[in-house]
Design a protein around this ligand. Structure first.
Ligand SMILES: *[C@@H]1O[C@H](CO)[C@@H](O)[C@H](O)[C@H]1NC(C)=O
Ligand SMILES: *[C@@H]1O[C@H](CO)[C@@H](O)[C@H](O)[C@H]1NC(C)=O
Ligand SMILES: *[C@@H]1O[C@H](CO)[C@@H](O)[C@H](O)[C@H]1NC(C)=O
Length: 324
């Protein structure tokens, strides 16, 4: 058991040590990164996460050049002057650690895309039209039968192409924008990759402009119809509720008026509590401090309690003189 545990711990230590020794990968960037044409100058910058003794540049996986470094530099620059067709490829860089021995892995590749202005720009068309309602499907066709190997769709304000596609036999591609929103409004152009060599591209072609109208302006289409339906349903509900409220108020008003009319009959007394007269039945009052009495409003019910199912019950202090 013991030798096995020692071996495991030793193995773990070795793995950890090799991990620690692995140099982090560098990263490569292009300056400028866009709009490079044949004959331009481009700088490739290799960013170093650790001090390096030297940095190497690889072009399509093949060694191209080496730069000796000193401790202060955190990047190495390689210049490409007078870009040619064959420079339009992928690049990577790699470094040798200065304090830490070993060589890093290669960086992620970067593509040097070069425009060759000698090629004609592609044709472009947009359908069904430039002003469309939200939710429409839009197609943008681009073509160049002779040279187009793959097409890119560019939108002004975006650095990278937004779509790319291989052409059909007629050298045409159809880019579709499904269910467009106002965010799809803008200016679109195409370019194509030139068949044969490298990452060479045609110049950008003519523009097409798309304007997406936020809400359908024409009533009667599907969206308008459904909104109209909603409006009708809501309108009916509101009308029904208003009718019920008016009906309730009318009933209450009528009831109140009836009540007032009955109160205003001749001989009626006010409805204030002081005016309620108490009828005390003979014999009940003698010797009692409190008695249960029937409260009767004589004017309203002159013939007793026949129309009043449950007359109110009132406790009253009874004087010794009996009813007045
Ligand atoms: C490219 O660099 C060379 C030498 O550094 C310079 O002579 C030339 O003018 C530059 N070209 C462009 C297009 O900047
Ligand atoms: C847009 O295209 C999709 C997929 O082809 C389709 O289902 C949808 O009905 C289209 N919408 C319109 C408004 O034509
Ligand atoms: C689009 O092209 C037209 C000519 O076809 C031009 O007048 C217009 O300025 C261009 N728009 C943009 C944004 O480049």
């Amino acid at each position: 058991m013991a030798p096995m545990a020692v071996a495991l711990i030793l193995g773990w230590c070795l793995v950890a040590a090799s991990r620690a020794q692995q140099l982090p990968r560098p990263s490569l960037s292009l300056h400028p990164s866009q709009g490079v044409s044949l004959g331009d100058n481009v700088t490739l910058r290799c960013h170093l996460p650790r001090p390096a003794a030297w940095v190497e540049l690889y072009k399509e996986g093949k060694w191209r050049s080496r730069k000796e470094m000193d401790q202060e530099q955190d990047a190495a620059e390689f210049s490409l002057t007078g870009i040619k067709q064959e420079d339009a490829v992928r690049y990577q860089c790699q470094y040798q650690g200065l304090e830490q021995p070993g060589t890093s892995e290669k960086s992620d590749p970067v593509e040097l895309l070069v425009t060759d202005d000698r090629y004609p720009p592609p044709g472009i068309s947009l359908s069904p039209k430039e002003h469309v309602e939200m939710g429409s499907n839009i197609t943008i066709q681009c073509w160049n039968k002779k040279y187009g190997a793959a097409f890119l769709l560019h939108k002004d304000g975006h650095s990278a192409p937004i779509q790319h596609q291989e052409p059909d036999d007629g050298g045409t591609v159809t880019f579709t924008l499904f269910g467009v929103t106002p965010a799809d409004s803008g200016t679109y152009r195409c370019s194509y990759r030139i068949g044969g060599c490298c990452l060479l591209f045609s110049p950008l072609g003519d523009n097409v402009t798309l304007e997406v109208i936020p809400r359908p302006a024409i009533p009667g289409d599907n969206g308008g119809a459904s909104r109209d339906l909603v409006a009708v349903v809501v309108g009916r509900w509101v009308a029904a509720i208003v009718f019920i409220i008016i009906l309730t108020i009318s009933v209450l008003l009528v009831a109140q008026r009836r009540q007032m009319q009955s109160d205003e009959r001749p001989g009626a007394t006010s409805r204030s509590p002081e005016a309620v007269q108490f009828q005390v039945f003979p014999g009940d009052s003698e010797g009692l401090t409190y008695a249960q009495l029937q409260a009767v409003t004589p004017s309203t019910h002159p013939h007793g309690t026949s129309t009043t199912p449950e007359p109110p019950t009132i406790y009253a202090e009874v004087g010794m003189g009996g009813p007045r």
